[in-house]
Design a protein around this ligand. Sequence first.
Ligand code: PGA
Length: 251
Amino acid sequence: MQPVIVANWKNHPASLKEAKSLFEATKKALEKAKGLSLIIAPPTLYLPTLVALYRGKRIHFAAQTALADDRVAQTGECTLAQVSDAGAEYVIVGHAERRARGETSESIRRTVASALAQRMTPILCIGETNRDESGDHFITLRDQLRSGLSEVPAGRVGKVLIAYEPVWAIGGTAPMNPRDMHEMAIFIRKTIYDLFGKQGLTQHILYGGAIDDRSAGQMLGLGDVQGLLVGHASTESASMTRLIDSLSKIQ
Ligand code: PGA
């Protein structure tokens, strides 16, 4: 698998015009970085326009969230079927910012399973809020994995991308040390191995939290991850271009 960069634009930029220009700059930077795949997760409002603008094959689109089904009326939400119809092939599930606003384990597990059933790829986010010497963060992660993957049919767990995002790093200036990420990747694979057997050994894992052009290459090289989930550095043309350029040099 080529390293994958997920650009999580969150609630940026402020207008469709700016979104188009950020998209064009990102696309241009990617042309120079051959061995990289890119998934853009724009605000849902911009998704159909950006999908319609793009004719290539190297950029894919994700929804930042979506509801598993349409049985319960939910003001302000979109369903998996709607974002898929708009062109999203991936969906971010259980991002820390959404968990903090009340997204439940139940809704996360249903969204992961429904996304797979609708032939979308879920990007399941897990991560501890803080950590200390007690090692309790390992328990948190195991619980989030066990719960988030509990409705995934046997044989399909390899289709889920696991994004490990320590909440204490998100939005900050420094990511986790790549060697610590390596340890987390081993733990995540071992946990999935315990739950699902051999498939866990080849699980694709992404790291997210304060990644920029200074840290992306090192994290991919040393962190035992197959990709990066990038927030604020992906929301401005200059920083995203620098990030992609930094990766084109190491390939
Ligand atoms: P950040 O966000 O890169 O701004 O830390 C990552 C994320 O929240 O997905």
